[in-house]
Design a protein around this ligand. Structure first.
Ligand SMILES: [Cu+2]
Length: 634
């Protein structure tokens, strides 16, 4: 009995969960002001408070402003965003329902409301895409000039100006591109409204948020779409700790795999009478088994400590809970929920002392530590943090493993159960790829005829931004579903899905039925515009590509569910799986001489990470796109 109550006391240090907001970008707070101006102010303030680096703050503020501009544009258009807007009405109804469904459970209600909001955003976005398409049809050049004018007015320094103008340019090109491909535009907007494979930042709800950091949890996959049933028992969360922030002890009814995306910190796990403390840095993978008490600290005094977490609930599929033992009012400790007499007996302590200890903490789940406390906590890690018994359970660093692929275009790393045991138990593989910026040679000769043109300074900028987007060659995974979390940069993921076209077909009645019957099989292209803090899903068997935007690295970490016996088949490039088809099979399948088929299959000499569409286009016609754009302004 004595030993037991000691163990119990040990466990007293307990607690909670995590998740985050990646970008300090607007929370889904209940007190979200209705007035866009106010929202803009609030958003800016949050940037000031939450983002440390100057550059991060500026980027954060840009996002606030972009959002504000968007909102103002919305409002300027009659019938949208107003009270008579059906989407808005649906949103209000949805929120009301949440209130009725969860009258007593604050957390549940907020989760429910976040879902309403995500849905509303998605609807609005769908409409906006259509609207942008129509508008740009009128005059992309005018819009471009307007955009640049706005930059000049808004930018506070040269660097901001360049970034802003770069965005205008991207937008302009995108619009020109769509105009040239009306069919593509249509496909994108029809699926853009309900893309089950993409989660934007608003799909996360706050589990913890204080001025020192945040834990954000991605909405439940199954609630998003029936097509995500295969990963329904996994959840994604993001933990972001500001410098010297401490995530208080908690435990979960879920196994968790952490991936360190940025920064460095110290994480401690306590289980029964054992304690292990680990120093963590970028690239580390660490398991925290269900029930273990977890706490961590950002030991850096400048950089954010950012972790991506995959959760596998052990009790209710797709749901998990956070338990704080050590805590008070906020985070709320579970201890005082016991009957008083039980608590008194268990701790052998009088009621008033107990209510003091469990009534004090009100600072929330993430608090700030002193430099001394940070130093002490770090020291525990260096004092040998391993389990005293059994095998070492230290983190595995993914980025230090030899990459499975590396070139000037990027690197790809992978770790599975052979590298880190807990991944085997969870049938999981973690991969990371980074599509790096590729500088095209500036030495491409400019034909003499063009030398006479007096190009604006803008021409110079064009040269300065000759960074090309690379892409991961088309492939499909045989059994794994990939959950890809974008850590840095932007780009898009294009996935081919037969399910969605099925659904579309039955909905649209007739229409293109003829085409459907002739082809037998129909596929829907689903394009997800990804950026930092968003999540894309790639289901097994579905061919998919990932393309980086120009001028930026695209860094992604993927959790691959059902890794055992998974095979990745590339569909283009040197290792294209189709190359292995017998000559006769090629002839019969393509109804064409095998030689011709092979010529096409062999034309791509690179593999895995190859030149993206923009770069290829430029290589084929190095000057044309630039001149087209330049002409518009001369
Ligand atoms: Cu599908």
């Amino acid at each position: 009995m004595v030993a037991k109550s000691e163990a119990f006391l040990l466990c007293l240090t307990v607690l909670v969960l995590s998740a985050t907001v990646v970008l300090g970008y607007r929370g889904l707070g209940v007190d979200n002001p209705q007035d866009p101006e106010q929202r803009l102010q609030q958003c800016r303030q949050q940037c000031q408070q939450q983002q440390r680096g100057q550059e991060q703050r500026i980027q954060c503020q840009h996002r606030c402003e972009d959002r504000y501009q968007e909102e103002m544009r919305e409002r300027g258009r009659p019938g949208q965003g107003g009270d008579d807007d059906p989407a808005r009405r649906r949103f209000d109804d949805c929120r009301q329902r949440c209130g009725h469904q969860h009258p007593h459970d604050e957390q549940q209600r907020r989760q429910c409301e976040s879902r309403c909001e995500a849905q509303y955003e998605e609807e609005r976005r769908g409409r906006r895409e259509v609207a942008v398409g129509v508008q740009t049809h009128e005059d992309p050049e005018r819009r471009y000039r307007q955009c640049r004018q706005e930059c000049t007015q808004r930018a506070q320094d040269k660097r901001q100006l360049q970034q802003c103008e770069h965005r205008c340019e991207e937008e302009y090109k995108e619009q020109r591109h769509r105009e040239g491909n009306p069919r593509q535009k249509k496909e994108e907007t029809t699926t853009g409204e309900r893309n089950p494979y993409f989660f934007d930042r608003d799909s996360f709800y706050e589990q913890v948020r204080t001025e020192h950091g945040h834990v954000m949890v991605l909405e439940n996959f199954l609630e998003k779409s029936e097509f995500l049933l295969g990963i329904a028992n996994y959840r994604i969360a993001i933990v972001g700790l500001n410098p010297r922030a401490f995530l208080v002890p908690h435990h979960l009814d879920a196994d968790a795999i952490y991936y360190v995306a940025r920064g460095c910190g110290v994480l401690t796990l306590v289980c029964e009478e054992k304690k292990e403390t680990h120093e963590l840095r970028r690239g580390d993978i660490l398991e925290a088994p269900a029930g273990a008490i977890i706490y961590m600290i950002n030991k850096d005094s400048n950089e954010e400590f950012l972790l991506i977490k995959l959760l596998h609930p052990v009790s209710t599929p797709g749901r998990f809970e956070v338990f704080y033992g050590a805590g008070g009012q906020n985070p709320k400790s579970f201890f005082p929920s016991f009957s008083d007499e039980i608590l008194e007996a268990a701790f052998n302590t009088r009621r008033d002392r107990l209510s003091r200890i469990f009534g004090q903490q009100r600072k929330g789940g993430i608090v700030e530590a002193s430099e001394e406390q940070v130093r002490a906590l770090s020291r525990h890690a260096s004092e040998g943090g391993q389990w005293p018994f059994g095998e070492s359970k230290g983190p595995f660093n993914l980025l230090e493993k030899r990459p499975i692929y590396s070139s000037r275009r990027g690197q790809m790393h992978e770790a599975d159960g052979d590298d880190y045991r807990p991944l085997k138990q969870l049938d999981l593989r973690v991969s990371h790829f980074n599509l790096t910026e590729v500088y095209m040679s500036y030495a491409d000769p400019v034909p003499r005829a063009y030398h006479g043109h007096s190009f604006s300074p803008w021409w110079g900028m064009m040269l300065g931004s000759l960074l090309q987007g690379s892409m991961v060659a088309p492939f499909y995974d045989s059994r794994s579903t990939k959950i890809a979390v974008i850590l840095e940069g932007s780009g898009y993921v294009e996935t081919i899905c037969p399910h969605l076209s099925e659904r579309g077909r039955s909905r649209e009645e007739g229409g293109e039925r003829h085409e459907g019957r002739e082809g037998g099989q129909r596929y829907q292209k689903v394009r997800s515009q990804v950026s930092r803090g968003t999540v894309a899903i790639i289901p097994p068997g579905h061919p998919s590509v990932t393309v980086a935007s120009r001028g930026r690295n695209l860094e992604v970490v993927c959790f691959e569910i059902r890794a055992e016996r998974n095979v990745r088949n590339f569909l283009a490039g040197r290792n294209n799986v189709l190359k292995q088809l017998d000559r006769e099979a090629k002839e019969l399948a393509f109804d064409m001489p095998a030689r011709e088929v092979e010529e096409v299959l062999n034309a791509q000499g690179d593999q895995i990470i190859v030149a993206g569409p923009e770069e290829r286009e430029r290589r084929e016609r190095p000057l044309l796109p630039m001149l087209e754009i330049a002409e518009a302004f001369m």
